[in-house]
Structures are given as structure tokens and as C-alpha cells.
Design a protein around this ligand. Sequence first.
Ligand SMILES: Nc1ncnc2c1ncn2[C@@H]1O[C@H](COP(=O)(O)OP(=O)(O)OP(=O)(O)O)[C@@H](O)[C@H]1O
Ligand SMILES: [Mg+2]
Length: 330
Amino acid sequence: MMSDELLIVDSIKKYFPLRTGLGQPKQWLKAVDGVSFAVKRNKVFAIVGESGCGKSTVARMILKLLTPTDGNIYFKGHNTSGFDRHAIKEFRQSVQIVFQDPFASLNPRMRVIDTLSEPIKIHKLAPKNEIKNKVVHLLKMVGLTEDALNRYPHEFSGGQRQRICIARALTVSPELIVADEPLSALDVSIQAQILNLLQDIKRESAISMIFISHDLKVVHYISDEVAVMYMGKIVEMADTEDLFTSPKHPYTKLLLSSAPKIRVKEARVASQESKLKKPNSKLMTDVPTPVNIPLGCSFHPRCPEKFDPCDSSTPELKNLNGRLVACHRY
Ligand SMILES: Nc1ncnc2c1ncn2[C@@H]1O[C@H](COP(=O)(O)OP(=O)(O)OP(=O)(O)O)[C@@H](O)[C@H]1O
Ligand SMILES: [Mg+2]
């Protein structure tokens, strides 16, 4: 029987070396520090958390764009670190990415027909005389029409460009799509349309998805399971409905309170709050970074529920009625 789990991420870490002065001890930025989860077939797995918590680094390790410092990633039971050239080519077909910025990820000098037929040619997925039909079919799937074929990326709106990127991901009939903040560069009015499109794709094709976002509303709508990340670690992981009906980790609760209203004394906490709403703001100067991770639970300086052990001992992820929570309260 085919395993239910398409992708298994096992205790992956990514430490980036920091430039330190001569004679200073080597320092590491622990961008991802022991993350494990599994993505099931035909399911959407969401990763949520504030800017800098390590979401994209996890995605880049899964996509083999970055080598983990430690840990393993298995795709259909095979360790991706051991792939030879042939296996990598197959993997690059099976796993596709949709990025945040649909403009930067399209070649401005390529017409839509070329952008969409290129992967079909590379992977020899259709005979030459059928490529155009296939491309038109894909365009229709993402809500565009045939007259897009001979146009260039700049002739489209942001939402339309993201549709083109999604169509490009679909050209190779992938088994897994990694969508890293696919909505955050789009106008709010367009976000719902693209979300509906992804929802349709999920329903109609046998595809798994890793959906990365800082927006919990979006995640609620599209995902089956959610992992909440904080400073390089998963602090809570649960079925989406469970997570939304009864969040356990204080950080999850903070993310869920639609307008975070924690009373903040320290400016750095306030700046991180505003970062939550505006992911691109540059207010992060004094926020704890994955370089100086607080002792004990890394969330304790912001936690309204902290008590004795929190500033000295690190909570492990514990199983709590079928979900995982890393908090001394449980
Ligand atoms: N190549 C790199 N070299 C050094 N540090 C890096 C590198 N890539 C990422 N980092 C750092 O690792 C941490 C995690 O970054 P990452 O991009 O994974 O966060 P993220 O959760 O995707 O954030 P965002 O929501 O802003 O996209 C950050 O502190 C970032 O500065
Ligand atoms: Mg990111």
C-alpha cells in the first residue's frame, strides 16, 4: 500500500555562521532548530509564524535549495540528501514552488506560452504538436484565456501573474506544491481569488501542498494541518480545526487574537507586533533574533502565561490528545 505520508521532515536544522571578530568564538544563527513534520498525500500542511521564524528556510531545505545542518528529509520514503542526478530531476518535477512575488519569479522577456511550455519540453511531457493545447488547458484551469499566450508578464496584474506562476507549477503534474507566502504580495481583494484557485486545485487534483503564511485566517481556510513556528522551532502542531477551536500554546493564542492586543512594555515586543501586521516593515532592530535566543522557552519574554520554569528550562513538544504543544503549562 502507498504510504499516506508523501514527505517526512525529520529533525532538520539550519544554522548560519555569523561573521564574528577575530579571536571571537564562532556564533551561529539558528534559523531552523530541530523541525519535524509529515505532509500527507492530498492534504495541505500550513506553516505559520512571524517574519524571521524560519519558514522559508524550511521550504528551501525541502526544495533542496539549501542543505540542512542536521536532520533528514524523505520524499516518498527516500532520503532526498542521497538523490543522484536522475532522482533530482524527477524530484524537481514532482515538487514545485510558488513564490511570494509573482513578478520576480517570471522571466520578463518570455511570453506566457514560452514560460509554460518550457517545463513541458524539459521533462518531455507532451509531443510537440500537443504542447500548445496543454498550455491553453492549463491557462483555463487557472482562470486565464487563450489570448494570454503571446503576452509578456508586465502586461498582467499581480493576481494574473500569480495565476501564471501557479499554471507553470502545474505544467509538470507535481505531487507537492510548496507555496511560500503566495498571497502576501497581492492586493487584499485579489488574495481571496487566488486562495479559491488553490482551493480548487487542491480539490480537483491529487496534490499535496505546503502553504506558508503569517496570516492565520488564510491558513484556516485552506489547510488540513498547521504547524506554528517560533524562532526556528515548532511550538504547536495540530489539525486545523483543533488548532482554531482550541489553541493551546500562548503564542498560537497571540497569533489568533485578530488584532494582537498584548500590553507591551518593551519596545522590541511592540515592534514585533507591528511586524506581524506588516511583514515587510523594518522595525526589527531590537527584537530577539535567532542569534540571541532567550534561555528556557524562547517565547517567555512575550508570554502572558509564563511561570517558574519558563525562563530556565526549554519545553519539549509533547503529545496532548493527538496534537503537539511545547509549553510548560501542559
Ligand atoms: N542565507 C542566510 N544567511 C544568513 N542568515 C539567513 C539566511 N537565510 C535566512 N537567514 C536568517 O534566518 C532566519 C529565518 O529566515 P527565514 O527567511 O526562513 O524566515 P521566514 O519565516 O521565512 O520570514 P519571512 O516571513 O520574513 O519570510 C532569519 O533570521 C534570517 O535573517
Ligand atoms: Mg519567508
